[in-house]
Design a protein around this ligand. Structure first.
Ligand SMILES: *[C@@H]1O[C@H](CO)[C@@H](O)[C@H](O)[C@H]1NC(C)=O
Ligand SMILES: *[C@@H]1O[C@H](CO)[C@@H](O)[C@H](O)[C@H]1NC(C)=O
Ligand SMILES: *[C@@H]1O[C@H](CO)[C@@H](O)[C@H](O)[C@H]1NC(C)=O
Ligand SMILES: *[C@@H]1O[C@H](CO)[C@@H](O)[C@H](O)[C@H]1NC(C)=O
Ligand SMILES: *[C@@H]1O[C@H](CO)[C@@H](O)[C@H](O)[C@H]1NC(C)=O
Ligand SMILES: *[C@@H]1O[C@H](CO)[C@@H](O)[C@H](O)[C@H]1NC(C)=O
Ligand SMILES: *[C@@H]1O[C@H](CO)[C@@H](O)[C@H](O)[C@H]1NC(C)=O
Ligand SMILES: *[C@@H]1O[C@H](CO)[C@@H](O)[C@H](O)[C@H]1NC(C)=O
Ligand SMILES: *[C@@H]1O[C@H](CO)[C@@H](O)[C@H](O)[C@H]1NC(C)=O
Ligand SMILES: [Ca+2]
Length: 581
């Protein structure tokens, strides 16, 4: 057992008020200590019994926006219970050495370089009558970031927090939290679930890939997997601008983005402001052909808007107007085409048509009165902390080429395959143990390319069913793992650009239905949020590889098989000398 307090991990489990035993009777330090998992229950873990805190909360509000960060609000869920909940809040440290249903446990995760989204994730468990858990991963508090802890000094990476963040902390929290739930309720069986999006999605997959029997069901949103590729692709849009030596105003790129939405909307059979088929858009719309010359005009901005890469905050810019230039259109096209090296080989996917050009956000310099590329956010943190291993907030792409990005991807892949990369494609243990997985990704996600999720589902199919035909293997996979692109949705939520688009806010209900009642979500329930203007607020999502297509004048959605469209999602990453799962 390690003794420094730095290595103490915190895990919080909230369990809902019991209907028979009153909350006051069971939410006591004495009772909770009596039902904590015994030492040795999880080999190598020792619970610090004097760190246990317990408090009863009787009017904890769970809002309709659910637990997920960024999730859209809606009122249409089936088993999701909003309003005030009673709960017993249990936090305990450890070291290494349902309201009605009392038999569910939900693990939750975080976002960015944070391992937890704190109370937001826990709220979701309560709403489904489950106990819920989150952990600080030993990073030193609920607000801690991996980058706060991962370097002992410049040049020296600390593996302990890296491994905890990558997969171990969520595993330990789940094993302990599940057992605490069993003992708290004196239940014989507890269904164990996971739901997380973005980094939280990656954390969930890290468990499904390593600990097959840990979850009965996992809901994985827009997972930040293939981490070494994903973080570098955040630098790609800025490098496209640098390479083309053109730095468009955000107004000009936003105009291209809005033209894409307008031009591609009806390709899916329904003019509803939602591009449900970005693949058809890719096949039919070319910015250099279709966008050049359209006019744009924006008022001056004082900054802080939505535009700009993650973490950049946004800067002030003057009023802008003009017509879309060939150079800006070329930038849009280059971004859509993904990262190609100097030999024309593809290294990775990028954002599809209809995603806002968030990473391409430029910064206006009042000194030079020019726009410049914004090189910031998580891509910079990744290259500095994890590849160069220096604690530095800035990175110059001045001398970088597309080959540089490709090399960074390969280097990250070599170094972090066993931790952050999280793309192990063999899920046989999970499948054999009866696990069910629902995986979803906003098709217009400007932060994690939706194609990244398509690739992972495809990798699992190929690795697990190598001898089956294409359709046969999909049928086999769909018995336990389904993937859904979410039309019009952004990163882990509906997009304000396409407010008529649906989002699966109630995904845990579908997961519970699949696990506990055997209802295979052939189409996934989703709802249009409060800003939507369509009549069919309750919608459904097609399961990959089927794609939505609206018929009967846009009143009925079919899920169609379209090989040409499917192929646009599956690039050959021939710039990388080994398979990229
Ligand atoms: C639960 O307890 C932890 C630790 O004391 C605290 O940080 C958190 O705010 C509490 N949550 C609720 C819902 O009371
Ligand atoms: C727990 O459940 C078992 C089996 O149902 C029962 O025998 C035991 O008395 C229960 N313990 C408590 C503390 O309620
Ligand atoms: C267009 O931009 C120019 C400067 O770029 C500015 O002088 C002019 O007032 C703007 N016009 C409108 C209509 O915003
Ligand atoms: C680590 O390297 C960065 C970049 O070179 C430098 O700014 C920083 O001061 C260094 N930190 C320490 C503790 O030496
Ligand atoms: C880019 O390359 C030039 C020429 O080799 C060099 O002088 C400059 O310092 C480099 N810039 C950066 C940021 O590495
Ligand atoms: C798979 O099934 C679809 C119909 O659902 C059919 O159009 C397609 O040709 C099949 N593909 C193969 C490779 O058999
Ligand atoms: C999905 O939606 C349908 C129709 O609205 C409803 O009957 C069904 O219960 C929903 N399924 C789940 C798991 O919520
Ligand atoms: C959700 O329900 C609440 C209370 O019933 C209501 O005030 C709110 O307007 C509803 N929101 C939507 C999006 O329908
Ligand atoms: C088709 O839908 C559009 C828009 O909803 C409507 O204006 C039009 O009348 C409809 N056409 C038919 C033939 O129903
Ligand atoms: Ca549409």
């Amino acid at each position: 057992m390690r003794t420094t307090t730095l290595l103490t991990r915190l895990a919080t489990v909230v369990v809902t008020g019991a209907s028979t035993a009153s909350l006051a009777d069971v939410c006591t330090l004495a009772y909770v200590k009596s039902v904590l998992p015994a030492d040795g229950f999880l080999p190598g873990v020792s619970i610090l019994r004097d760190t246990v805190t317990v408090n009863a909360v009787t009017n904890y509000a769970v809002s309709s926006s659910g637990g997920m960060p960024g999730a859209a609000s809606n009122n249409a869920s089936s088993s999701y219970s909003t309003g005030e909940h009673s709960l017993c809040n249990i936090t305990f440290g450890y070291t290494h050495p349902g309201l009605n249903d009392r038999n569910r446990y939900l693990s939750t995760g975080g976002g960015g370089f944070s391992i937890t989204s704190g109370q937001r994730g826990l709220s979701e468990g309560l709403a489904y009558g489950a106990a819920a858990g989150t952990t600080d991963g030993g990073l030193g508090g609920w607000a801690a970031q991996l980058t706060d802890k991962v370097l002992a000094a410049n040049g020296t990476l600390r593996y302990e927090p890296l491994v905890m963040f990558a997969y171990k902390a969520i595993h330990e929290m789940t094993v302990l939290g599940k057992q605490l739930t069993v003992q708290f309720y004196n239940a014989s069986k507890v269904y164990s679930y996971y739901h997380g999006c973005s980094e939280g999605g990656r954390e969930g997959l890290s468990q499904v890939q390593r600990y097959g029997s840990q979850f009965d069901g996992a809901a994985i949103g827009a997972p930040a997997i293939r981490f070494a590729f994903l973080q570098v692709i955040h630098l790609f849009s800025a490098l496209v601008e640098i390479t083309n030596n053109y730095f468009p105003s955000n107004c000009e790129m936003a105009r291209i983005a809005s033209d894409v939405l307008q031009a591609c909307d009806a390709l899916d059979g329904r003019a509803d402001g939602v591009v449900s088929r970005t693949d058809l858009c890719r096949l039919h719309y070319k910015p250099t052909v279709n966008a050049v010359g359209i006019s744009y005009s924006c008022a001056a901005s004082s900054g802080g808007g939505m535009f700009g890469p993650p973490g950049s905050g946004g800067t002030s810019s003057p009023a802008a107007n003009g017509t879309v230039s060939a150079k800006a259109a070329k930038i849009a096209e280059d971004i859509w085409n993904g990262l190609l090296d100097s030999k024309g080989r593809q290294a990775y996917v990028s954002f599809p048509p209809s995603a806002s050009f968030g990473d391409a956000g430029t910064t206006y310099s009042t000194a030079t009165k020019q726009y410049q590329a914004t090189v910031g956010g998580i891509g910079v943190s990744w290259v500095n902390y994890f590849l160069k291993q220096i604690a530095s907030p800035s990175l110059s792409l001045q001398n970088a080429t597309y080959d540089t990005l490709r090399d960074w991807m390969v280097e990250g892949m070599q170094r972090y395959s066993d931790t952050l990369q999280t793309n192990w494609p063999d899920l046989e243990d999970f499948q054999k143990d009866g696990g069910k997985m629902i995986h979803y990704h906003g098709e217009s996600d400007p932060s994690i390319p939706a194609g990244s999720s398509v690739m992972y589902h495809e990798s699992v199919r190929k690795v697990m069913y190598p001898k089956m035909g294409y359709n046969e293997s999909f049928a086999a996979l769909n018995e336990w793992y389904r993937f859904y692109l979410v039309p019009g949705a952004g990163h882990c939520g509906a997009s304000s650009d396409q407010p008529n688009g649906p989002f699966p806010d109630d995904v845990v209900a579908s997961l519970i239905g699949w696990v506990e009642r055997g209802v295979n979500p052939v189409r996934l329930n989703a709802t249009v949020g409060s800003n939507g203007k369509v009549k069919d607020v309750s919608q459904q999502l097609c399961s990959w590889p089927l794609r939505p297509y609206w018929v009967n004048n846009g009143t009925t959605m079919d899920c169609v098989y379209d090989q040409v469209s499917i192929d646009t999602w599956l690039p050959t990453l021939d710039a990388i000398p080994v398979p990229v799962w």
